[in-house]
Design a protein around this ligand. Structure first.
Ligand code: GUN
Length: 295
């Protein structure tokens, strides 16, 4: 391996410490601690684990947090009522409804019910529109975390060619917007690729920064990487591995060993982008609490 390893765990710990200090400063000035409300529907084990980590992270940052667990057969109206309750709760500055939701509930309708002022997940159309227009607002936590990894690792984005592989509303599209927008961690020339892109390898090989958010294990191989490029792996995939106690291991969208021999810098999975998501959720919630104080 010749690439520099981008340590997401370390950078996320730095962000979380900054957020903890920011929250303590608010409280010391007599304001309410930042408050996050998380709604979990059903008992999907992965979602439960994510929500548990978010609630724990809130405690560690000195935040107020509320977790609402609803049964998998809750009606859409019942879920919307809980979102409204959090919208109206002055102790709450950020709301997150863990996705995916059961098939009988419209995710879009639920997301649009979240007050844009509390949309710390950045998923409402108002937040997406603000990001697309370069207006301050909330940005989805995973792409925001990737941007912080780049900034805090001293990786230049201005004028470079960034290729984002994946076009989801949660990662690919907001990632491309962040990289193309003006300012720190932006000003890049951006190409977005997806499942219908012709000759994906040829496009990826042009990338100075390659962000892989496809959701397919090892879809990006060494031959698709420009020597010296920065490779950011957003993927978290389960790969069968009978030699491990759980029978599987977590792996990214990038074939790490091969890629690390060619790239200039690379994020591992786990320990790269993953830890940044929660750190940025805390950061967005603190930001929301500060905006409330500043009116
Ligand atoms: N499920 C997986 N990632 C996310 C996320 O960032 N936000 C929400 N709300 N649900 C998710």
């Amino acid at each position: 391996m010749s690439a520099k390893l981008i340590d997401g765990k370390k950078i996320a710990a730095e962000v979380r410490e900054e957020v903890r200090l920011g929250a303590a400063e608010l409280v010391a000035k007599g304001h309410a601690a930042p408050g996050l409300g998380v709604i979990l529907v059903g008992d999907n084990p992965a979602s439960k684990a994510y929500v548990g980590s978010k609630t724990k992270a809130c405690k560690e940052a000195g935040f107020h947090s509320v977790q609402i667990d609803l049964p998998g057969d809750v009606s859409e109206a019942g879920l919307l009522a809980e979102v409204q309750r959090l919208n109206n709760d002055p102790a709450i500055h950020g709301i997150l409804v863990q996705l995916p939701l059961p098939a009988h509930i419209s995710e879009r309708r639920v997301i649009e019910t979240i007050s844009p002022d509390k949309d710390v997940d950045g998923l409402t159309t108002i937040s997406a529109g603000r990001l697309a227009s370069g207006i301050p607002g909330f940005v989805p936590c995973t792409p925001l975390g990737v941007q912080q990894l780049l900034i805090r690792s001293g990786i230049k984005t201005a004028g470079v060619h960034a290729v984002v592989v994946g076009r989801s509303n949660l990662v690919g599209k907001p990632m491309a917007q962040l990289l193309v927008n003006k300012g720190k961690g932006g000003d890049a020339t951006v190409t977005v690729c997806h499942s219908r892109t012709a000759d994906l390898g040829a496009v990826c090989r042009q990338a100075d920064i390659l962000v892989a958010a496809i959701g397919k294990a090892h879809a990006i191989t060494a031959d698709m990487i420009k020597p010296g490029a920065t490779v950011i792996d957003v993927g978290i995939n389960k790969l069968e591995d009978p030699s491990t106690p759980k029978g599987y291991r977590l792996t990214g969208d990038v074939e790490f060993d091969g890629a690390a021999a060619v790239a200039g810098a690379i994020t591992p999975v786990p320990g790269g982008v993953g830890p940044m998501t929660i750190a940025m959720l805390l950061s967005n919630t603190l930001e929301s609490a500060i905006r409330r104080v500043q009116g």
